[in-house]
Design a protein around this ligand. Sequence first.
Ligand code: AMP
Ligand code: MG
Length: 433
Amino acid sequence: MGLGHEDDLRRTAEGLKPPPLRDDCFALPGGVDWTPAEQALALLRDRLHVVVGRERVELSDARGRVLAAPVTARRANPPHPNTAVDGYGFAFDSLGEGDQTLPLLAGRAAAGVPYVGEVPPGHAVRVLTGAALPKGVDTVILQEDVSVGDSEIVFRAGIRPGANTRRAGEDVGEGETILAPGRVLTPADLALCAAVGVARLEVCLPLRVAIISTGDELVEAGQVPQAGKIFDANRPMLSALVRDFGYEVVDLGKVPDDRETLRRALDRGATEADVILTSGGASAGDEDHVSALLNETGAMAEWRIAIKPGRPLALGVWRGTPVFGLPGNPVAALVCALVFARPAMACLSGSGWFEPQGFDVPANFDKRKKPGRREYLRARMREGRAEVFKSEGSGRISGLSWAEGLVELPDHAAEIKPGDSVRYIPFASFLRG
Ligand code: AMP
Ligand code: MG
């Protein structure tokens, strides 16, 4: 079946798009008030799946893309036994006892230019790094360990069989799976693919992320602000973050606190993007239109997650497209985007759930925290210790910029003294590949 129609079948498979999310996928179990961060993350992990299609790309376009199918080696690496050094090759079994004198053949083997003919037992031939071992050669002596005469070489006893050579396939065997689906392709991955003869890769289409800022108070940096206005700080931040993750930004601008305008923006997001990130208007106030609209569709889940900073995170599905209603406050918006939207978007993008790598390091600060919620502090590493920003004020954007990562404090009560171990997650850990 399908024989002779492979191209058609492939085209169909590439055009396939998984179904949209169910409207109630973010619903929390009843009776829960403040959801522990761990439980919120587990729910996201359970309920989200890949939403993007696939395409085939050349290696030169594959950096940062998400692999959609396993990659197998078309050829072994190395493809043939070769020499790891510049030196002289011979058959180990043909050596006698003690120091060695071997007649040297004319000619040589170089990388890409093999020796023509066979090396008889008891003879040596010049070999250069990367050259395929000539027939009759299984061992190479380093040129620095050899004295070369007119037509012979001499060297000391003691070389091991197979010395200074690389076996065919010692790195990767032909047909071996080298990369698994979900992999975010790194420069090194591209070297690996090329080395085993793979020139094109099946990858996921980049996740398209719509970004909307909400609030009557917002003007663009560069505009002249009227009384009471502030500059929109979230959209430049979230757009850059999304690009850092390797996704495509669909910038839907800023929207005033007006339900119909926001409705149109969400409609656009649902057609032009795979996921929508809004900031602001996510609580339950009069001007919190993100939650109001998501509530209206019946697809709203207001997740009161027990973390600081972070007010309720509004999660919903707008016409089949997941919406993350981030808090308006830039500090909380960034923390919620990194801690919740980041791994969720990884699921949607095909790369699978994502745990940022944290490190247990000594603190150089004092801090007391209450039990019952997880806390994230703006932090950075200096001289092997984590230091935190001088203020925990949630409006202090300068502290976000000062920070190079977050200190994550556990849900239970804690009293931290300088030298105590704390969990530090560099911002770079939220990126991958
Ligand atoms: P909201 O979540 O809409 O109640 O906003 C919370 C706080 O964040 C308010 O002080 C807003 O003015 C501020 N805010 C909301 N959106 C932005 C934004 N895009 N840039 C900077 N500050 C914002
Ligand atoms: Mg607002």
